[in-house]
Design a protein around this ligand. Structure first.
Ligand SMILES: Nc1ncnc2c1ncn2[C@@H]1O[C@H](COP(=O)(O)OP(=O)(O)OP(=O)(O)O)[C@@H](O)[C@H]1O
Ligand SMILES: [Mg+2]
Length: 388
């Protein structure tokens, strides 16, 4: 651990002229006095002062620490830096800061009502993909999905960042590997295309085609029967395709369905798996994790722990998706006991065709053996109802 001196700071500021990037290396620095805080920020200010163009600033904070006595002073300087000098910065990103430092700094920055960007890191994505500021497309348990531009063809892409640390904490690293293997193998117009996969010390980055319409659950919309039909026929084609490829999704829900120019794109294969011998898989190897995905979309046999996931559990979730599109709410109370005890599909009051009610009943069929397969869903009369 070193304390910052002016000479030391000179070697820690590296300006890359061609990429207009300033790398600030604050790793393994321990700051215990106000003077040391001043040294850091003066060095940065002086360096930035020399350039009038907008820069990308990347700060590396591995093993960086600030004593409690000067944490607020450090925070004030950072806030000043962001308020003033930040204006000349295109993008401000940081590498890892140690957990306790993140907490302290976040707290301070939150109090100051500052947006403190901790997640968009690494020059690896900078080489090929330019992250767009303030364009978070979605947020999940293990990271964020951001909009970026592919420098090679200038096309928009969506980059899902997954924290390696968070994945390791819950022993879920194999899920990322599986997500990538599955995405690589799926090629269909209604399934999100994988563009690239990048691993860095701290993160996995899944680069995907970008959907401009966002996901379907954004506003808990209720769609007309015909609008729901347009979405559902495409979604069912996506599910038929993955089942044919030997993949079950296990997390079918509206937040994992995006629209791009009116075309449905199924995404988030984070919980997907391949099934062997077409018999479906049990959740044995996931037993510690209990129910995967969203409980309110889970088939009854999964919730009661008598059965594992297989193709028919995907059909149940697909039924919940169709129900939500039509009614704007869930068919069941997601609390497990209530759900298992009071099994009813309240389809009666609404003004819907008999065909769609019939299809919903066959998908939200309690017994997996009697539940429709995806082929039966696609052959159902409702699937042709609005065809020109
Ligand atoms: N390619 C994309 N284009 C536009 N928006 C996207 C794209 N991919 C994801 N999103 C948005 O980001 C949200 C989260 O993405 P995703 O479902 O893949 O991650 P997650 O739910 O965090 O994953 P996991 O369930 O594996 O933790 C989506 O609900 C969607 O709103
Ligand atoms: Mg998701």
């Amino acid at each position: 651990m070193t304390v910052p001196t002016t000479d030391d700071m000179v070697t820690r500021l590296i300006f890359h002229e061609s990429s207009e990037t300033l790398l600030i290396d604050l790793s393994s620095i321990h700051v215990s006095t106000r003077e040391q805080v001043d040294i850091i920020f003066n060095a940065i200010r002086n360096c930035l002062h020399e350039y009038d163009k907008k820069l990308d600033v990347i700060v590396t904070y591995d093993g960086f620490s600030v004593d409690d006595e000067v944490i607020s002073y450090y925070g004030e300087n950072l806030a000043f830096f962001q308020d003033n000098i930040y204006k000349s910065v295109t993008r401000f990103t940081t590498r890892t800061i140690e957990e306790n430092q993140i907490k302290k700094l976040r707290k301070y920055m939150d109090e100051q009502n500052q947006e403190f960007e901790l997640n968009l890191d690494t020059k690896f994505i900078d080489d090929r993909y330019m992250l767009q500021q303030n364009t978070i497309l979605g947020e999940g348990a293990f990271g964020k999905v951001s909009l970026a531009i592919d420098k090679r063809d200038k096309k928009k892409v969506a980059i899902k960042r997954i924290s390696r640390r968070k994945m390791a904490q819950v022993n879920a690293t194999e899920y990322v590997k599986r997500e990538i293997e599955i995405m690589k193998k799926l090629k269909h117009k209604n399934i999100i295309a994988l563009v690239d996969f990048i691993e860095t010390d701290h993160s996995y980055y899944i680069v995907m085609e970008y959907c401009d319409g966002g996901s379907l659950d954004i506003e808990y919309n209720q769609y007309s029967e015909q609008e729901a039909w347009k979405i559902f026929v495409q979604l069912a084609e996506a599910v038929r395709y993955i089942h044919e490829c030997g993949v079950i999704h296990r997390d079918l829900q509206l937040s994992n369905i995006c629209m791009h120019n009116g075309v449905v794109k199924l995404l988030d294969f984070g919980l997907s798996d391949v099934f062997e011998n077409s018999v479906g898989i049990t959740c044995e190897h996931d037993s510690k994790r209990g129910v995967l995905g969203n409980a309110s979309h889970c088939a009854p046999e999964v919730l009661t722990e008598q059965g594992g996931y297989n193709k028919s559990t995907d059909i149940w979730s697909l039924g919940v998706c169709l129900y939500r599109l039509l009614f704007g709410c869930f068919p069941f109370n997601p609390v497990h006991n209530v759900f298992v005890m009071k099994y009813t599909v309240g389809l009666e009051e609404e003004d819907l065709s008999d065909e769609v009610r019939d299809l919903l009943r066959h998908m939200l069929e309690k017994s997996p053996n009697q539940r429709y397969t995806i082929e039966q869903v696609l052959e159902h009369a409702w699937m042709k109802k609005f065809k020109d």
